[in-house]
Design a protein around this ligand. Structure first.
Ligand SMILES: [Zn+2]
Length: 377
């Protein structure tokens, strides 16, 4: 008898830690924006002949999300949209967030925060524990919008204040700002101050390598686990410059001892797995891409268990916007992991007990260890 159904049943009993995720939409959105939100690579309007529903993610929404809106699986896009609009965002959020089975949400609120629920609003909707992450480039931009005066110290104080009020980690989007092919020598405060002053009044996103590398080391010095966006994102980033192998000089810096979490990673999940094996502090997830790969996500989840030690593989959805993504991240990951690992058990390469242990570690145990989350909350 196959182990897959038994593991599928087991994985349903596990609460997840979603270790990298954003808020769901606060208010109802139009269909065009919804379909656009099912497309990660471009923020431009979709061409007329393309529907957000006609993709792996769109099919997964119709298959797995429709029943939560009281519709049949594989319902038509029009029926789906009509029902979703009828329910409205608060009810849609309530249903999908509850069904995700997540008891800890680690939230990056540094992007598009006006459109999505705040940490407190999210606490009220989910009843789960909600933890803050500090987005380094957003913090830098906020401080510089005030003034460049005493910038290095102000940045360090702001980070330690965030840590003291309960932020569990920091996140960098240098992938979007500079790419990874940088000089990772730690900049002296005088250079950082000069770069900060050069930016005073700039309206463009923070893209100065000195300020970005300073931010990474400040997070390391503050002892915060450091999330780094890797791979897939919208075309604002240069995908060929965000291969995590380009982070080697940073990872080799002796002072970089905090957990480093490589996020998403697709299509560089194999490089990320290698780095997780090569560096004791490097971890990875394949969030975001699991949603976009839909029915093809099993192969991706299998690749997340190649070179990486199993204590280094974490679950995340990286959902932002439609609450379908918060739910689907969990649904598709549960589907994929039970099927992938179950096949290894069926071939007697893994024991059932080992399979359960690995699934539980990725579902929550590894993230609890990395972020120091209280196992009883
Ligand atoms: Zn994200």
């Amino acid at each position: 008898m196959s182990a897959v159904p038994e593991l599928a049943e087991y994985v349903e009993t596990l609460s997840l830690v979603d270790h990298h995720v954003h808020g769901p939409f606060r208010e109802s959105i139009g269909r065009v924006r919804f379909e656009n939100a099912l497309n990660e690579g471009s923020t431009d309007p979709l061409p007329g002949f393309v529907s957000g529903f006609e993709s792996q993610l769109g099919f997964a929404v119709r298959r797995w999300c429709a029943p939560l809106l009281d519709l049949d699986p594989h319902t038509s896009p029009d029926q789906y949209w009509t029902r979703r609009a009828e329910l409205g965002e608060p009810e849609v959020n309530r249903r999908f967030l509850a069904a995700a089975g997540v008891d800890h949400w680690v939230i990056d609120s540094g992007f598009g925060s006006a459109d999505v629920l705040s940490l407190d609003e999210l606490r009220a909707v989910t009843g789960g524990a909600v933890h803050e992450l500090v987005r380094l480039e957003t913090l830098a931009a906020d401080l510089l919008a005030e003034s460049a005066h005493g910038y290095p110290d102000r940045f360090r104080v702001a980070l330690s204040d965030a840590r003291d009020r309960g932020a569990v980690g920091a996140k960098s989007i240098l992938a979007y700002r500079t790419g990874f092919d940088l000089d990772y020598a730690r900049p002296a405060d005088v250079e950082v101050q000069r770069a900060a002053e050069a930016r005073t009044g700039a309206a463009t996103p923070l893209g100065d390598p000195t300020l970005i590398v300073f931010g990474l080391f400040a997070a390391v010095d503050a002892g915060l686990p450091l999330q780094i966006h890797v791979g897939l994102g919208d075309r604002d980033l240069d995908l060929h410059r965000v291969n995590p192998m380009l982070l080697l000089p940073f990872l080799r810096a002796p002072e970089v001892g905090v957990p480093v979490l490589l996020l998403h990673c697709y299509p560089y999940e194999r490089e990320a797995g290698y780095l997780a094996q090569a560096f004791g502090n490097v971890h990875l997830d394949v969030g975001l891409a699991v949603n976009y790969l839909g029915a093809a996500a099993r192969a991706l989840v299998a690749r997340s268990y190649e070179l990486a030690p199993f204590a280094k593989v974490l679950y995340s959805s990286d959902a932002w916007g439609p609450a379908e993504l918060h739910y689907l991240g969990a649904r598709l990951w549960r589907n994929a992991v039970s099927s992938v690992v179950g096949e290894w058990v069926d071939r007697d390469e893994w024991s059932l007990a080992d399979a359960r242990g690995v699934i539980a570690a990725s579902a929550s145990g590894n993230a609890r260890r990395v972020y120091g989350l209280d196992p009883t909350t």
